[in-house]
Ligand binder design. Structure first.
Ligand code: NAD
Length: 434
């Protein structure tokens, strides 16, 4: 089966992305919006209504640390849109979380839910913290206090959190429990990505990586590229990256390079992904894998391959390193891994980009399935989840590809046009209150 997320990977040497200038993710989100809105010829009134977050909440989260002292964490919940349904989006724990990053991620969630045509708007949450240096007890107390701080905003009909970077099904269980204890009865539908024993869905843990896999299959088919024997490189070996790597490996691709925040491993003959996942589960990192040679992060992104999967954080591929990318397909498992300047460079090199709001939408799609199952108290077989997910991902890929071809715009703009166009249509039909 797939790798369990390791909530705290061993520290190892710190590997920041070798970014020349860090783009502000929210600026990137707004720039992409404007480009797609121009192509759609959206009216200024419609833009005013859908471009910006509906609600932005910043909270202080005081936590008693194991040393007895109180530490205050800054945390956020942003609801970008509820035009097409309840707001939906993950919660990230990371030292680099900022309000602008959360606003960007919430904005992308809105367009993403619309691209795969599920009845949600977009949201995101985050706590600026370093979970790798926190105990389980500290993480639990921080999660519960954060939940209580954002409690007025969340709920199965309002805003439904899910896991993101360095949060997992245990985090969701703590949120569900805190929310339910406050309300006085169990409310599993307040979060998705829960453990199965609490009303989670089969297939949710691997949904993002599986969705990435389906879009890579579609891209290969479109480009006439056989997946069998194709070389794959994966940056970021967490939930999204490890599952995508495993499914590609099991389909006959050769995964030649993989990295996490502590190391990069490379083997031109291919890494045994099952064993690598096993080792990562045991040790918390991919370094020292006996079958792999250690390389630098910059070298990993420059490896000649058919499919490059950035599955870590924003800004991984930027103006300073995009020219080195040697891939035919870039499959964005991460949110915002390619900056607009890098987009232009990749386009000039004829690299086929599967944009994040399409490529990694499998996670929110199965979150939607989980929410539906919780609402109905009726749970589906894993195979049902997989086949529904496959249908959604392949249909959405076709929809985006059609716009890309008909309108002669990059895949990213095509995906934004599809998502933004659907939200615009919904807001026009709803009208403005009062
Ligand atoms: P995760 O916490 O499970 O894994 C993140 C991985 O990235 C870890 O292995 C970490 O070591 C690695 N990493 C961090 N910085 C790195 C760096 N500089 N270089 C290489 N590796 C680095 O998180 P995840 O849930 O897999 O999320 C990864 C990306 O996928 C994020 O952009 C997230 O927003 C996106 N995403 C996740 C989901 C989901 O359902 N989990 C859904 C959609 C999108």
């Amino acid at each position: 089966m797939v790798a369990k997320r390791t909530s705290r990977e061993s520290e190892g040497k710190k590997m920041m992305p070798a970014t020349a200038v860090q783009d502000n993710a929210y600026d990137v989100a707004l720039t992409n919006f404007d480009t797609a809105a121009d192509a759609l010829e959206l009216s200024p009134d419609t833009r005013e209504m859908i471009k910006y977050p509906e609600r932005v909440l910043t909270v202080s989260v005081p936590v008693r640390m194991d040393n007895g002292h109180i530490h205050r964490f800054e945390a956020y919940r942003v609801q970008h849109s509820s035009v097409r349904g309840p707001a939906k989006g993950g919660i990230r724990y990371h030292p680099q979380v900022t309000l602008d990053e959360v606003k960007a991620l919430a904005t992308w969630m809105t367009w993403k839910c619309a691209v795969v045509n599920i009845p949600f708007g977009g949201a995101k949450g985050g706590i600026t913290c370093d979970p790798k240096h926190m105990s389980n007890g500290e993480l639990e107390r921080m999660t519960r206090r954060y939940t209580s701080a954002i409690l007025p905003l969340i709920g199965p009909e309002q805003d439904i959190p899910a896991p993101d970077v360095y949060t997992n099904s245990q985090t969701m269980a703590w949120i569900m429990d805190t929310y339910s204890m406050t309300k006085g009865y169990p409310i599993p539908g307040v979060v998705t990505g829960k453990p199965i024993s609490l009303g989670g869905s089969l297939g949710r843990n691997e949904a993002t990586g599986r969705g990435v896999f389906y879009t890579v299959l579609s891209a290969c088919e479109h480009l006439g590229l056989p997946l069998q024997g194709s070389r794959v490189v994966v940056q970021g070996f967490g939930n999204a990256g490890s599952v995508a790597a495993q499914l590609l490996y099991e389909s006959g691709a050769i995964v030649i390079g993989v990295s996490d925040s502590s190391a990069c491993v490379y083997n031109p003959k291919g890494l045994n992904i099952r064993e690598l996942i096993h080792m990562k589960t045991l040790t918390g990192h991919v370094g020292e894998f006996p079958e792999g040679e250690a390389i630098e992060p910059g070298e990993l992104l420059a490896l000649r391959c058919e499919v490059l999967v950035p599955a870590a954080l924003e800004n991984a591929i930027h103006a300073g390193n995009a020219a080195n990318v040697n891939a035919r397909i870039v499959a964005e498992a991460a949110n915002g891994p390619v900056t607009p300047a890098a987009d232009r460079i990749l386009e000039s090199k004829d690299v086929f980009v599967i944009p994040d709001i399409l490529c990694n939408a499998g996670g929110v799609t199965v979150s939607y399935f989980e929410w539906v199952q919780d609402e109905q108290h009726l749970f589906w077989e894993a195979q049902d989840v997989y086949s529904r997910l496959e249908r959604v991902m392949k249909t959405s890929f076709r929809d985006v590809l059609r716009i890309h071809q008909d309108r002669n715009v990059p895949m990213r703009i095509a995906a934004n046009m599809l998502g933004i166009g659907r939200v615009a249509e919904a807001v026009q039909i709803r009208g403005i209150y009062p």
